[in-house]
Design a binder for this molecule. Structure first.
Ligand code: NAD
Length: 358
């Protein structure tokens, strides 16, 4: 029997890269029964919500989902559906491989970094107090009373919770991943010198867990230093484990090292459910233009095939994509220098990958 998998084509460039990714995955010969569902901006008109119940139920039932990017309005409007899905299914791991493929435009070569980002808490917990509201004023006076610190009455406040439980499980996942994949080193990222009760806690937990994995090297870096080190000497790093916000920012930095967001896939993993996606967003300015790079979602498909036990098919698909990139004949604009128009569209790059699989 085939694998039943929820497929969310998403917003902006989502439907274009989804169509190509689906064709590439099917060309490996894997038997998948897609359960196509809507979410994001495109679901609002039809269902009155960016996250329809039927989509949630589909993910809950199928347990595996391949999701294209979803648009989140900046500053106001509905909260991120991506964050909602992670919290709803307790997808506490965000696993992002950043691998260099020959033919990609990059200042570096042969990089192979893994970012493991905590997905549930930190400043992404969604606990916020809006400027001018009564609850915000109450919180400001509570803080003044208990700490003596003044917060301006025209401030908004976002809360950053970091727990032992969530820190333990993400750091443990990083070490287990290192062992399983024969990786040598785990580096924990933090700002424990400034935020002692949150990042300090994360670092203490990481140091404690590391003692149980003496076969894997462990070190830590303050996030600002980490950013500089990744630009100067990324080859020194292997697996990076971080609380939510630093993990998000460092991910995009690493994407920049290996050719940009168009090359960077990700997986959100919990005990029961896993959602695979591109690291990039819905790039609305390129919507419907048959222009963007489909590789990130295709590589998310590779991770998904591996997760469902179709490892050989995953390797075949990754190899076909790598070949097309290396040959450099049928690649999208972001593989070229600015101004170089010798490129093809999303669909044409997809067709080149499919033809390698036949
Ligand atoms: P974005 O990643 O959509 O785009 C930023 C830029 O990166 C684009 O303008 C483009 O130059 C480049 N880019 C992105 N994807 C590319 C691809 N496949 N090929 C080539 N170039 C590519 O980021 P943004 O503009 O900050 O966000 C747009 C929307 O996407 C927002 O609503 C945001 O909330 C949402 N978003 C969603 C997710 C997700 O679904 N997981 C992730 C990030 C952002």
């Amino acid at each position: 029997m085939g694998h039943r998998i929820t497929l969310i084509p998403g917003d902006g460039i989502g439907p274009e890269i989804t169509e190509v990714t689906k064709e590439c995955i099917e060309a490996t010969g894997v038997d998948i029964d897609w359960d196509i569902q809507e979410a994001g901006e495109c679901a609002i008109e039809k269902y009155g919500t960016p996250m329809p119940d039927r989509t949630l139920k589909s993910i809950e039932k199928n347990k595996v989902c391949l999701k294209a990017p979803l648009t989140t309005p900046v500053g106001s409007g509905y909260r991120s559906v991506n964050v909602y899905i992670r919290q709803q299914f307790n997808l506490y791991v965000c696993l992002r491989p950043f691998k260099f493929y020959e033919g990609v435009r990059s200042r570096y070569s042969s990089l192979d970094l893994i970012v493991i980002r905590e997905n549930m808490e930190d400043l992404y917990a969604g606990i916020e107090f809006e400027r001018g509201k009564k609850d915000t004023a109450d919180l400001i006076s509570f803080i003044k009373k208990t700490t003596g610190k003044e917060i301006g009455t025209d401030s908004g406040i976002s809360i950053k919770p970091i727990s032992v439980t969530n820190s333990e499980r993400i750091v443990r996942f990083a070490f287990e991943y290192a062992r399983k994949n024969r990786r040598k080193k785990v580096t924990a990222i933090h700002k424990a010198n400034i935020m002692k009760f949150t990042d300090g806690l994360f670092l203490d937990v990481a140091r404690e867990i590391s003692k149980k994995y003496t076969d894997v090297e462990f070190e830590d870096r303050i996030v600002d230093n980490m950013a500089m080190q990744l630009v100067q000497k990324p080859e020194l790093y292997d697996i990076l484990v971080a609380p939510n916000l630093y993990g998000d920012i460092v991910s995009d930095l690493c994407a920049g090292l290996v050719g940009g967001l168009g090359m960077s896939p990700g997986a959100n993993i919990g005990e029961e459910v896993a959602v695979f996606e591109a690291t990039h967003g819905s790039a609305p300015k390129y919507k419907g233009m048959n222009k963007v790079n489909p590789s990130a979602l295709i590589l998310a498909g590779v991770m998904m095939l591996d997760y469902i036990g179709e490892t050989e098919k995953a390797e075949t698909l990754e190899h076909a994509l790598a070949e097309v990139i290396k040959e450099g004949k049928y690649v999208t604009y972001d593989f070229r220098d600015p101004g170089d128009t010798n490129c093809v569209g999303t669909r044409e790059m997809g067709q080149a990958i499919v033809s390698k699989l036949k």
